[in-house]
Ligand binder design. Structure first.
Ligand code: NAD
Ligand code: TYD
Length: 337
């Protein structure tokens, strides 16, 4: 059995990856290590939690006593665990430094000791390039992160690289664009807007709505990571982008149209501080290796909207019962509307 450790596997992308990996690789045993923060949920793994090829460990990546032995026993580490929401990092950056930077350091130290480790995938983000007014970011471009989340991720990205350059840890680094799909926590724009609109609640559009994100279906992200585990070169960085550049206002219109809801639900609110205007990725490197996104944005968005419409069991308890989410959501727009 190939022993695969997935950190953050109870989160949005991690849980999709665990599901994908177990289905794709019959010879993999996947261990999920997750702290179950507000964003991590056992329900995200409901259909694979009890698989004989899956083990769930509730723990913190920054806790060397827990994370260290798991890394040391692994052949492959796919490191998704992070604090991941820009707005939260603007409100309070501490957890981002502790998890995204220090947590990554703890895993990398253990990776130095691991005897059979073949691959350590550092899941970075396109946000490390900062706001890109024109053109598309290439892997060799300068990193110019502009908010505490992306700065912490850039620190982890380069720290992982340094462990390859210095200690020959078999690191590869992926920088994906904005993901969308099922099981995304409803603080991120697509699930927030979809679930609000289902309930005829306003959808809070920041600033002039002209900010652009490049949307990538989570399944295409999983396929890219999986291919790179096999075919990547240690020490290299790989962009994974969907090639779907969409202005937030247009995204909002599409969501409301798919749900047959009026555009009057759009509530313009004050802009995010330091709001990155645009992200865009050049994915030539990955495409030359044979990867291409397979999910057209129209289809993927329609399927995602339908998933949230049809799976209220998943998101209603988060929005209505989880006090951690409720407090955050209720205080969020005070003085901003
Ligand atoms: P998420 O917030 O949905 O999930 C994060 C998971 O990490 C949660 O399950 C959480 O419980 C867990 N976690 C947090 N702190 C932890 C800790 N100290 N120890 C163990 N587990 C911990 O995030 P996501 O959107 O699935 O993002 C996953 C990764 O992908 C992150 O590294 C993020 O930076 C990166 N990424 C995300 C996107 C995107 O659009 N969502 C795009 C590019 C890259
Ligand atoms: P988000 O989903 O938070 O992802 P990121 O900041 O990592 O790109 O936000 C995506 C875009 O949507 C971003 O430009 C901010 C905008 N946005 C809103 O307009 N309203 C919202 O309530 C949220 C959460 C985001």
């Amino acid at each position: 059995m190939v022993k695969v450790l997935v950190t953050g596997g109870a989160g949005f992308i991690g849980s999709n990856f665990v599901r994908y990996a177990l289905a794709q690789h019959q010879d993999w045993h996947v261990t999920t290590l997750d702290k179950l923060t507000y964003a991590g949920r056992r329900e995200n793994l409901h259909d694979v939690m009890d698989s004989p090829r899956h083990t769930f460990v509730h723990g913190d990546i920054a806790d060397a006593a827990v994370a260290g032995p798991l890394v040391e026993q692994s052949h492959i580490v796919v490191h998704f665990a992070a604090e991941s929401h820009v707005d939260r990092s603007i409100a309070a950056a501490g957890d981002f430094i502790t998890t995204d930077v220090v947590g990554t350091y703890v895993l990398l130290e253990a990776a130095r000791r691991a005897k059979d480790l073949r691959r350590f995938v550092q899941i970075s983000t396109d946000e490390v390039y900062g706001s890109v007014p024109t053109g598309a970011s290439r892997e060799t471009d300068e990193l110019k992160p502009r908010n505490p989340y992306s700065a912490a991720k850039a620190g982890a990205d380069r720290l992982a690289y340094s462990y390859w350059a210095t200690y020959d840890v078999p690191v590869i680094i992926t920088r994906a664009s904005n993901n969308y799909g099922p099981y995304q926590f409803p603080e991120k724009v697509i699930p927030l807007f979809v679930t609000n609109a289902i309930d005829d609640l306003p959808v809070p559009l920041y600033g002039d709505g002209g900010n652009i994100r490049d949307w990538l279906h989570v399944d295409d992200h999983c396929r890219g990571v999986d291919m790179l585990i096999e075919a990547g070169t240690n020490g290299e960085v790989y962009n994974i982008g969907g090639g779907n550049e969409v202005r937030n206002v247009d995204l909002t219109h599409r969501i409301l149209t798919l749900l047959d809801k009026p555009l009057s639900l759009i509530q313009p609110v004050a802009d995010r501080q330091g709001h990155d205007r645009r992200y865009a990725l050049d994915t030539t490197k990955l495409r030359n290796m044979g990867w291409a996104p397979q999910v057209p944005f129209d289809d993927g968005l329609a399927a995602t909207v339908a998933w949230y419409r049809d799976q209220p069991w998943w998101w209603r308890p988060i929005k209505e019962q989880d006090p951690r989410f409720r407090e955050y959501y209720q205080t969020r727009y005070q003085g901003r509307a």
